[in-house]
Design a protein around this ligand. Structure first.
Ligand SMILES: O=C(O)c1cccc(C(=O)CC[C@H]2O[C@@H](n3cnc4c(=O)[nH]cnc43)[C@H](O)[C@@H]2O)c1
Length: 245
């Protein structure tokens, strides 16, 4: 059995560096007994002259679903063209939490485009409601659950938004439209769309830096969330590497 080749997509370099630091810190424990040591390849630029011998690559593709989709698609195409395609993609980073305190790790049971659609007099209609697209991707459930368990994560829907929620009213609206949602971030759906185009499964792992609700940037606990992100990704890596479609 050959280990999965994993592409981890973050938005910003601070997230990418936190993931790489976590994976490197926990490197020895990531050996799954296949005789292959984990090598982590941190790409500094999407088109960097990347050596694709490593089984795990971590990129910072930019903030928002469009940058995430473009960066993910580019990385997947480059790897496939080089004869070493990725077999799993993970959207990773910090997030706003619905009821989850800072530092909580969350793993998506579904990756939901929460503001892609149309406003109507009857309320929001998603692209799926409108009949011209999909509004949700579902990661392989057994894998996502195993990853959540390994990382001690809360498991539930993670929303992708293009605008960070900044009021209590908007937070209530999203929560009522997506019961059980555990977090919102800005890239997961874009990463999953690109992965789906390549026929590669996608997961999303987030760590909570702030609450979804009234904007209070001073209350964001970014160092705590970044530390949890490294630890969570390191705990997940053996499960990811052992996965076979
Ligand atoms: O200022 C910093 O040092 C810093 C370090 C790491 C990350 C950041 C970001 O601003 C990341 C933006 C990224 O975070 C996600 N995010 C976090 N909280 C929320 C939220 O409440 N709603 C939506 N997205 C959130 C998102 O994926 C952004 O791309 C800054």
């Amino acid at each position: 059995m050959s280990p999965a080749r994993i592409l981890i997509v973050t938005a910003v370099t601070a997230e990418r560096d936190a993931v790489v630091a976590g994976l490197e810190r926990n490197g020895p424990s990531t050996d799954t007994g296949t005789g292959t040591d984990t090598e982590v390849n941190a790409d500094t630029e999407l088109h960097a002259d990347t050596e694709l011998h490593a089984d795990t690559e971590v990129i910072a593709a930019g903030a928002g679903p469009a940058a995430a989709a473009a960066g993910t698609a580019t990385a997947l195409t480059s790897a496939a063209s080089a004869g070493a395609p990725f077999t799993l993609v993970v959207s990773a980073g910090i997030a706003g939490g619905f009821e989850q305190p800072p530092g909580t790790v969350v793993v998506a049971s579904s990756i939901v485009a929460a503001d892609l659609g149309a406003d109507t007099s009857e309320g929001f209609a998603s692209v799926a409601d409108l009949g011209f697209g999909r509004a949700e991707h579902r990661p392989p459930p057994a894998l996502a659950r195993d990853v959540a368990e390994a990382a001690g994560a809360v498991y539930g829907p993670v929303l992708t938004v293009s605008t960070v929620t900044g009021t209590a009213a908007r937070a209530r609206e999203l929560a009522s439209r997506h019961p059980g949602a555990v977090a919102e971030a800005m890239e997961g759906f874009g990463v999953a769309e690109a992965a789906a185009l390549h026929g590669v499964p996608a997961l999303e792992m987030r760590t909570v830096s702030n609450s979804v609700g009234p904007r209070d940037r001073a209350a964001w606990r970014i160092p705590q969330a970044l530390a949890a992100l490294g630890t969570g990704c390191a705990a997940a890596l053996p499960v990811l590497r052992a996965w076979e479609a």
